[in-house]
Design a protein around this ligand. Sequence first.
Ligand SMILES: Nc1ncnc2c1ncn2[C@@H]1O[C@H](COP(=O)(O)OP(=O)(O)OP(=O)(O)O)[C@@H](O)[C@H]1O
Length: 748
Amino acid sequence: MDAFKLLTRSTNLKSAAQTTAKSTARLPSTGKAANPQLFRTAAGEKLESAQNQKKRKRAAAAVEEADEHDTPDLDFFQSSKRSSAAKTEVSECAQSVQEQTTEQDDGSDEEDEMDEVERRTILNSHKIKVTDLRDIDDIPSQIAPETESKKQKKTKKKQKKDEPSVLSKKELKRARRLYPQPLTSFKELRARYKISSRLAENVADQGFTVPTEVQLGTLPLLLGGLSGSSKSAEEPDLLVVAPTGSGKTLSFLIPVINKIVRHHHSPQSDEHGILSIVVAPTKELASQIVNEGRKLVAGTGVKITLMKKGMRIVERSDDDEKEADVLDENSDASDSEDEGEREGEEDDEKMKTPLKKIPITKSDILVTTPLQLVNALSEHQTKPLAQLPLVRSLILDEADVLLDPLFREQTLSIWRSCTHPDLRVSLWSATMGSNIDDLIRSTIKERRVGMGLPSAIQDPLIRLVVGLKDSAIPNIEHKLVYAATEQGKLLGLRQLLHPAAASASDVRLRPPFLIFTQTIPRAIALHSELKYDIPAEAGGSSRIAVLHSDLSDTQRSEIMRDFRKGEIWILVTTDLLARGVDFRGINGVVNYDIPNSAAVYVHRVGRTGRAGRTGGIAVTYYTKEDIPYVKSIANIIDVSEKLRGDGSEKSIQKWLLDSLPDLSKKDKKELKKHGVKARQVSKQVDKNGKDGDGKGARGMRISTKSGFERRMENRRKGAIEASRKRKANSSAHAGGDSDKESWKGLDD
Ligand SMILES: Nc1ncnc2c1ncn2[C@@H]1O[C@H](COP(=O)(O)OP(=O)(O)OP(=O)(O)O)[C@@H](O)[C@H]1O
């Protein structure tokens, strides 16, 4: 028996009945989590509710006080005329009390100020770690008083010996650690940080009640600086590592929109142009950010736009009157609500338009992929990059991939082209390589030198980590399944699609779900293999789709839209959808091909279990060829289960983890770049996944039967089913439509 079969066996084997009951009760698509937070302790919770209670009491006391002093005595026996006058008086009074209360709330910064022990308790309870990333000598003494005194002591001691002072690693860590004010409720956004009232309403309209950990930690920093007060806000540059689906988008959008609202009311309000840029690695993610942003900017006067091919965003002094293969697009086109989903429709209708005639897109926030912006700034890399002198906020979403060699040059050149001296940059992801800190520090220093400033970083540069860096969220179930061969994986996947068979394999996954493959040809091949597995009465092949970057923008956005609408149940895709995209009700993720790195695993499986939802399942198949690459994934699963901390049985035993081979650094790099060698696209394989003799390299084919055979089989089944129904002779019980409504699994 293959030893690695044990790895699969070691997963919790529960009775089918148990599994069924659990799956139905905890399906993530059944609704939203009561609390979107992933980590909290009783001590922290107690303190937070005490803080909120304190605020409520203060507000109630203000109302009471106002009642005592200001409410006129009511005489219910007086004439109705008088009574209505009294009513008006009462209502005016109530209004003034409400205003007073709000004002009191507004002016309660000092009273709400927590002491360091309270701040520390709440932050630790949510596993939030805040660190100053600057060189220790650049950190002002009020932020690192402990260090200063220790450093001074050391200096004194060593002065005699005439040696420079050196801090131990531990002391340096302690000196850099910060405990800023956390956000205990969304109401504080208005009351304490004075965000625009319209923006606060828009946040409230989304129905969010409790801030997630990343929101709890970053919103005060971005809105109130390190002092946590809107009065002396000193916005830091920020590096944020927080779990997938934890609400990072809202964390960067609220401050950036508020900053622009303030800008519109400032003396520089006559400056018109792009003030903020959000960079995301894929069009799907960029479009999603725009859609989220639109909900928040409504009625604030702030405009958010998705960068599109051919859009003109800067005026160049060297603009030529020349023909360009670009889209004639004016800003009106980007006003529609669902622009993101329609993205690209116009892109496919390129037309020749003189470059100068394209109006410059007027927007406050531009959301873009790196290449699209670089192309727009350099006229498809034919000219040096134009500058963006008004941009005050640069947001890099999925920053680790944006700073990966693939995108690094484009991303850094965008950063360099933002020349405003007050530029603030924030970088967000669920995973972050260890080299990123140094890269950010050196880029900020380089910019400062370029602006003629001393290289020492003056403004705060903060790193905020939620939970354990580079780990998968604890609220999903991981299944690592040994399938031995490619055929084994396909068999496993089919079992997964069939509820009766699934009970035997301990894994039960209901649509909607995502299936990830290593390459585009494999995604196409798997899609055509599975296409006829869905019975016609359940919607047939239209329920399963494939999405990859070789499709046109229009096709991509249509598939995204249909998957969000629930018309597509199973989406086969590549790592194009591994990051950032938020499909709220996804029940699970299948790694049909193992991911190229631990980070990719974290992001892929993070498409389920979002905003604290439980019940999501991540199934990862692996074959003999994958064994050298499995350890890093098994480690991630192990850590995620430890993080859950509910004492539930581990799915991966320690001795098995120890027996898996380690991968050398070189091999890790190779895997990250090209994936599992055996599955790489061979030169003979075309974009449709076809080579000389089938689909993909020999032994790596995704097929058990030919598509033709399956289609014929499907038709036969359909005919049998139809005749059975005819025999039942009851049109009322035909049941075709109702079958369509609910997923009944696939036929054998
Ligand atoms: N405070 C909150 N309460 C409940 N739901 C929230 C809250 N904040 C955000 N959400 C929801 O959580 C989901 C995930 O948010 P978002 O896409 O911003 O996650 P993310 O941290 O960027 O994830 P990823 O790392 O995968 O990109 C969204 O559907 C969002 O609407």
